[in-house]
Design a protein around this ligand. Sequence first.
Ligand SMILES: O=C(O)CCC(=O)C(=O)O
Length: 299
Amino acid sequence: MTDVDRFRRDGYLLLPAAFDPMLLKPMIDMLERRVDRLAPELVARHGLASGHAGASFERRLGLLYDGHELDNREWDPVLFGPEFHDLITRPELTDPLAALLGDEITYQGNGHLRPYLSRHLDRLPWHQDAQFYGAGTEHLLWQMAQVWLPLVDADADSGCLAVVPGSHRWGLIDGAVPGHDNVAGSGAERQRRIYRATARRVAFEPITLLPMRAGDLLVFTNLLAHTGTENRAGIVRWSIDMRFEATRGAHPVTPSEARGYDVMHRRISGRGYVPLRVRGAEGPQTWAGWRRVAGGRPA
Ligand SMILES: O=C(O)CCC(=O)C(=O)O
């Protein structure tokens, strides 16, 4: 069975050791510099005795936030930079994606960097990503790929993902909120509805935990039911999740796929995400080119 067969059967594909961990180093070094710059402010704000300068990448941010809330979304803008650009245009990532999406591939600009702290009873609940993208995007099942990339080892104690294999065949569990605006934030009530409906649907299904090491890659469909798990390991589970598409316009699509692209692209442009061509006949866009499209947005 090929990787493509496995992806179509299970709705996800785990690629162990896709990256030499050394290739993650520029990204990690950049994040360590950010944490270092942030440390004096956090020391003052949280009344700490020390900035924990000697602590490891896995531990330092957790020590600086000990007992305090961290909003992961504050870290997303950090992805718009040369280190992330260079990481996601690498063949180690785009080769496996090309097997699934074809040779013209675009990162949709919608990535999240999650310094996920060790917090008992805290995790992202069960959902399908398409529930958030909006009804219609389920038709992009084979035109999109979600990628999850841990920057540190993530296991059952430190918040690895869990999935229901084959759940992409269930269709959209709850996306049918008429008039739902998929550009604006989902709102607490909508989020609750999505999480509740998905939790009910997965309740009696066999789940699979996906422990991963730094350098592994997980690729999954936008209909795969998945959740984060509790991080109880005392380390920061640094990970990146991001969405790619078979570049719109580069290949023929069905009318429902075209509708799916319309809904998805409305969200992307409405939210100001800046897509990046990571692979194609013209090669990947350069960092300078990506930055230019973003209108010189500061990195
Ligand atoms: O990183 C996590 O814990 C959850 C990530 C997730 O739900 C996603 O990538 O869609």
